[in-house]
Design a protein around this ligand. Structure first.
Ligand SMILES: [Zn+2]
Length: 152
């Protein structure tokens, strides 16, 4: 078995190898514990070599990603608000259009005449009721008159 050298593992961790070599090294890792330990050493060396750089880069990346996602969320909220506003406007326009249409068709005037008719019929009913009350009152008056006459 051809083992892979520590230097080669270093270049593997630096990701400077071509794809074929990288695949060959990865396959070798599955079957060789000695090279696996070399590979782990190379990783540790890499981490000690560029600890500040790598953490800074990832930190900046994370911050940028968070900012980007927050901005996306903000725009989502904005668009949601905007769409709600647009929907409200659409509802107003629809309501106004329907109102204008009904007005042009004379529906409201018909409704108004219906209401006045209803009120008029109500007035008739009340007048009938007052008539009945008047009649009963006059009957009571007549009865009282009669009893007064009888007493005399
Ligand atoms: Zn090996």
């Amino acid at each position: 078995m051809n083992h892979i050298q520590y230097k080669e593992w270093l270049s593997y961790t630096e990701d400077t190898l071509d794809e074929g070599t990288r695949e060959h090294y990865e396959n070798h890792l599955y079957v060789c514990d000695a090279c696996m330990s070399l590979y782990l050493e190379a990783i540790e060396a890499m981490e000690q070599k560029i600890p500040v750089m790598s953490t800074n880069a990832t930190f900046t990346d994370e911050v940028m990603q968070k900012i980007n996602s927050e901005q996306k969320q903000e725009t989502k909220v904005k668009t949601a608000k905007l769409s709600f506003f647009q929907k409200t406007i659409v509802h107003y326009v629809v309501a106004a259009t329907v109102t204008l249409f009904l007005m042009s068709q004379g529906v409201f005037s018909q409704l108004m005449t219906a209401v006045t008719d209803f009120e008029a019929s109500n007035k008739n009913e009340t007048s009938i009721l007052t008539n009945m009350l008047d009649k009963s009152a006059s009957i009571i008056d007549k009865f009282e008159m009669k009893t007064e006459k009888g007493e005399q």
